[in-house]
Design a protein around this ligand. Structure first.
Ligand code: FA5
Length: 337
């Protein structure tokens, strides 16, 4: 009996030794040690033995089982290591192969205009401010000298989420926020950002567009200072041969107020002007509400339409191109990556 068991065990040990894969090894394990496997079958023969022989043979079967389990474990470790090495070998990177090219995006033309103007104004000592797009009526209108029933609200009336909150109609509320933050100290800031209006979309108007707000408060500030900064800006953007034209206008938060046009050469060779921004001297009421004494401080402010700048700069025929994500349009602005 014991001889047969030994012969069986060494034959299975031979199979384990020869196993080439983890699957093959698992099949051998099930066949030898499984519930209905070879050793379980051998155990069945215990019943046919005499009571003296049983413990000796039982012990021999257990030893055989232990030997087989140890052999399987060792072989399994070995096969797993082999598999890992093969995987590493297969996955080795050949550094001499050409790399895969990822398509590179481009900086959106509106972002290019904003970044260019940020650089320009930072160079003049301005700080860049930020403000919320979902704005309180208080900052968007009241602090800008537009009381609840002011008729000028109708020109910009916008998207309200409740009685007091609306998508800001211009970047001017950032003026109020910046003034309150500086607590009466001289300031110069710009704030680029999105604004929303109930304007109908057409080639030069969009219901959502971008502005850059500018505000400078100090002693001795005049319309001449405003005109000088805006002229420098126009020449920086469009070239040294450009001129600007200030036309009287009306904004409740500035007095006097102007609209500013920039010159361009028409197709027939004559000079034309296109409006790019609104501006003016900060209204004394706005200064007061912002915590500044209008007898000591004066300020100028302006709000530039970013799309209008980009339209002029790049010769674009329709403002809607900026928002349709058409790669044929966007890929033309590869200047900056
Ligand atoms: C204002 O929004 C004022 N807050 C600007 C201002 C700031 C005046 C500080 C004085 C002091 P206005 O509504 O004119 O003003 O808009 C300013 C600029 O935004 C316009 O000159 C134009 O370039 C641009 N703009 C206005 N409406 C649209 C629109 N629907 N689509 C695209 N651009 C627009």
């Amino acid at each position: 009996m014991t001889d047969t068991l030994q012969a069986l065990t060494s034959s299975i040990l031979g199979e384990i030794n020869d196993a080439k894969t983890l699957d093959a090894l698992e099949q051998i394990r099930v066949r030898a040690l499984g519930k209905k496997g070879t050793l379980a079958g051998v155990m069945q023969t215990l019943r046919t033995l005499s009571p003296e022989e049983r413990p000796v043979f039982g012990q021999a079967v257990n030893n055989a089982k232990e030997d087989l389990e140890n052999a399987i474990r060792e072989k399994k470790d070995m096969l797993e290591k082999e598999k890992l090495m093969k995987n590493l070998e297969d996955g080795r990177i050949d550094v001499t192969l050409p790399g895969v090219r990822f398509p590179k995006g481009t900086v959106h033309p509106l972002t290019q205009v904003i970044e260019d103007l940020e650089d320009f104004f930072v160079g003049l000592g301005y700080e860049i401010e930020d403000g919320p797009e979902l704005e309180n009526d208080h900052y968007n209108f009241e602090m800008m000298n537009l009381s609840k029933d002011h008729p000028a609200r109708a020109m910009q009336d916008s998207f309200y989420t409740d009685e007091t909150m609306l998508l800001r109609t211009h970047t001017s509320p950032v003026q109020a926020r910046a003034m309150l933050k500086r607590k009466g100290q001289p300031l110069r800031i710009i704030c680029p950002g999105k604004v929303y209006r109930r304007d109908d979309d057409d080639p030069t108007h969009s219901h959502q567009f971008m502005q850059i707000e500018g505000l400078l408060i100090d002693q001795g500030v005049s319309m001449a200072s405003l005109r000088d900064v805006l002229k420098q800006m126009a020449r920086h953007l469009f070239g040294e041969d450009r001129d600007i034209r200030l036309r009287p206008s009306y904004f409740p938060f500035t007095e006097p107020s102007v609209e500013v046009d920039v010159s361009y050469v028409k197709k027939d060779g004559t000079t034309g002007y296109i409006e790019i921004l609104g501006a003016g001297m900060v209204h004394p009421n706005v200064l007061k509400m912002g915590g500044y004494d209008p007898d000591v401080y004066r300020g100028f402010a302006f709000g530039v339409g970013v799309e209008r700048i980009a339209i002029l700069k790049y010769g674009i025929d329709d403002i809607r191109h900026f928002y349709t994500n058409d790669l044929r349009f966007l890929n033309q602005f590869k200047g900056v990556e």
